[in-house]
Design a binder for this molecule. Structure first.
Ligand SMILES: CC(C)(COP(=O)(O)OP(=O)(O)OC[C@H]1O[C@@H](n2cnc3c(N)ncnc32)[C@H](O)[C@@H]1OP(=O)(O)O)[C@@H](O)C(=O)NCCC(=O)NCCS
Length: 173
């Protein structure tokens, strides 16, 4: 009886419906609308949990693999390009915007953004939970260790790990 009452309460609570509307709205924006605007240079595999912002400024190469819970967020004035055959591990976050914070007297929230394009080459593997910051360039064939924070340039065929990601070795020739 108590269980039935709990379920009834759950169904009748306005917050339950607000939650579902929000979920639906997020799915529409992150999954459907943004995805529709992405430039696909061939076929990409995208997990249904992945999220995208400003899809019109995102380009995905052929056979790019976007894993579970990845987020690729381009800015209103910055682009993200990912080359063919690149793999993103689960929970990778790629974001081409930073909040501006130059002034102390204005909330960061109201200061706008600093935006820089991100370019990731082809045949790159980015380990799980890594973050790629605005302005980064990752060369072809590079490997980024799990949980790394990438900022700046990572040369082609290098293996970079950590926060900030530093090159620890090169892939064998
Ligand atoms: C980077 C990686 C691929 C290993 O490459 P590797 O060539 O075998 O490198 P090694 O294991 O020899 O490590 C080289 C150095 O980097 C360090 N290192 C490796 N991975 C690291 C990581 N993710 N973060 C911090 N340091 C790391 C090692 O400890 C080692 O340091 P040392 O020389 O001081 O001992 C692996 O560690 C990794 O991070 N894999 C990602 C796994 C993943 O996210 N899978 C998702 C599936 S898509």
């Amino acid at each position: 009886m108590q269980r039935t009452l709990r379920i009834l309460k759950f169904i009748l609570l306005p917050s339950t419906w607000v939650h579902f509307v929000r979920l639906f709205d997020s799915a529409i924006h992150n999954q459907l609308l943004a995805r529709r605007l992405i430039t696909f240079e061939g076929d990409a595999t995208i997990d249904s949990s992945a999220s995208f912002r400003n899809g019109a400024r995102i380009t995905l190469g052929n056979r790019v693999f976007v894993n579970f819970m990845c987020s690729i967020w381009a800015g209103p004035a910055s682009r993200i390009k990912i080359g063919a055959d690149t793999i993103l591990g689960p929970y990778v976050h790629i974001n081409s915007t930073n909040h501006s914070f130059a002034r102390r007297d204005v909330p960061i929230l109201a200061q706008g953004y600093v935006q820089e394009d991100i370019e990731i080459g082809s045949n790159v593997w980015i380990g799980a939970h890594s973050v790629v910051l605005a302005g980064s360039r990752i060369g072809d064939g590079a490997v980024i260790g799990a949980n790394s924070v990438v900022r700046g340039v990572i040369p082609a065929y290098s293996i970079a790990v950590g926060s900030p990601a530093r090159v620890v070795k090169e892939r064998p020739a």
